[in-house]
Design a protein around this ligand. Structure first.
Ligand SMILES: Cc1ncc(COP(=O)(O)O)c(C=O)c1O
Length: 410
């Protein structure tokens, strides 16, 4: 490994904590128990509610530590960062609190809500580039003698700032056997794991990546950080597609295990947190819960502290997640019924469904499928049900009336 990358010392995390000792910048977020998750996992599950942090994520910790350090060194008149998400808001708030001008470059397609939020914390926002890489290139080009670039994870000051969350988590639940932390670029877990290595070296530190953006398992195998050409996950906060040498070296040293979770598991976790814990958590935040309820991670009989690192869940994403998760549980059921295309068929089948007290959301005719004979059609129903039991009963009834019926994905 390149020797110029120094690991982050525990003392730097303590120094970051002193810098961050201001409730209007970073507050001590609560921890809550979840008996529903206890039942699902067989462990004692504590949730660190960092999604309730100012700006809706932990990101202000690292950004403030970095900018404050630069200000102490007499550096920036201005900072610049590239981000489409939580880092943008963290840098914006941190810079404003420290009286430093900030320019955040966001890709042109960034959700308006995130652009507005970043501006509301006091930053100038430039919309440049078709994707994150384009925004990053432009942001790097803005750096000059007066301007410091604030990276989202590849910086010891950022890692140390995120490490303050590790100190807090340890103090909240000192006897945790397992600590579960999502990984994007790795700055968050690098900081937390460095804090735990000092405070509670026996705690098992588990990292979680989205299967469609998993870089760490392969990096650990190869002994070098690998990056992906493209990523595919609903958890945009951890869709980095790469880690750095700095974060990789700390992960290698201090993280015990890294598991991956699918988007389906993340969607289920978001829904579970909404329904049971009454918490709005974004995909990157819910990944920790997705891991403990998946088969990837066994936490039976353990005291577990799972980090919910962010709550900036896009409403369009929430809709996608709800449709996916409800379909998974068959509370939203899409059925394709083959019929002779004659008057009265739709009414008859609707009547069968109504007989089960299920609500039809939509219904449409489709005559284009190649397997249909002339004079045949498909009726595609989207139905709200009470769950898998009712869904099966409806399918059985339609079949008993002589129809060919298929359950198709919503
Ligand atoms: C909510 C949330 N959780 C976890 C992470 C992962 O942090 P890191 O990129 O430092 O690994 C991010 C990164 O943006 C995030 O926004």
């Amino acid at each position: 490994m390149n020797q110029e990358f120094k690991p982050v010392e525990f003392a730097e995390i303590e120094a970051a904590r002193d810098r961050l000792d201001d409730e209007s910048v970073v507050k001590h977020t609560p921890v809550e128990r979840s008996t529903s998750l206890d039942e699902l996992t067989g462990g004692e599950i504590h949730l660190k509610m960092e999604h309730l942090q100012w700006t809706g994520s932990f990101k202000t910790r690292g950004a403030y530590n970095k900018i404050a350090q630069c200000a102490d060194d007499g550096e920036p008149g201005r900072v610049v960062a590239a981000s489409a998400g939580n880092h943008a808001q963290g840098v914006a708030l941190a810079a404003t609190k420290l009286g430093v001008d900030a320019t955040i470059v966001m890709p042109k397609g960034a959700p308006q809500a995130k652009v507005d939020a970043t501006r509301s914390y006091g930053a100038d926002v430039e919309l440049v580039g078709d994707d994150f890489r384009g925004a990053m290139r432009h942001a790097r080009g803005l750096v000059d003698d007066e301007t410091t670039f604030v990276h989202a994870y590849d910086d010891p000051a950022i890692v140390a700032g995120q490490g303050t969350l590790g100190l807090e988590m340890y103090e909240d639940v000192p006897d945790a056997d397992t600590v579960v932390v999502p990984i994007g670029g790795g700055g968050l877990i690098a900081g937390i794991a460095t804090a735990y290595a000092e405070r509670s070296p026996d705690a098992r530190i588990v990292g979680v990546q989205a299967a469609g953006a998993a870089t760490v398992p392969e990096s650990l195998q190869k002994g070098d950080p690998v990056s992906l050409e493209s990523v595919n996950t609903i958890a945009d906060g951890i869709a980095t597609g790469g880690i750095s040498e700095l974060t990789f070296s700390l992960i290698e040293e201090h993280v015990d295990e890294v598991v991956t979770v699918t988007d389906g598991e993340i969607a289920r976790a978001i829904l579970l947190l909404l329904e049971r814990a009454k918490q709005v958590v974004e995909g990157a935040g819910a990944a920790s819960v997705a891991a403990i309820i998946s088969d990837e991670l066994d936490v039976a009989d353990e005291t577990v502290l799972a980090l919910l690192g962010g709550g900036n869940l896009d409403m369009t994403m929430l809709q996608t997640v709800l449709v996916h998760a409800l379909s998974d549980r068959e509370q939203l059921l899409r059925l394709r019924v083959r019929i002779d295309d004659r008057p009265g068929k739709m009414e008859e089948i609707s009547g069968i469904i109504a007989g089960h007290n299920a609500n039809i959301q939509t219904v449409r005719h489709d005559r284009s499928a190649p397997e249909l004979d002339v004079g045949e059609a498909h009726l595609v129903f989207e139905i709200e049900t009470s769950g898998a039991g009712q869904a099966r009963a409806i399918i059985r009834s339609i079949r008993d009336h002589g129809y060919e019926v298929r359950h198709v994905n919503a």
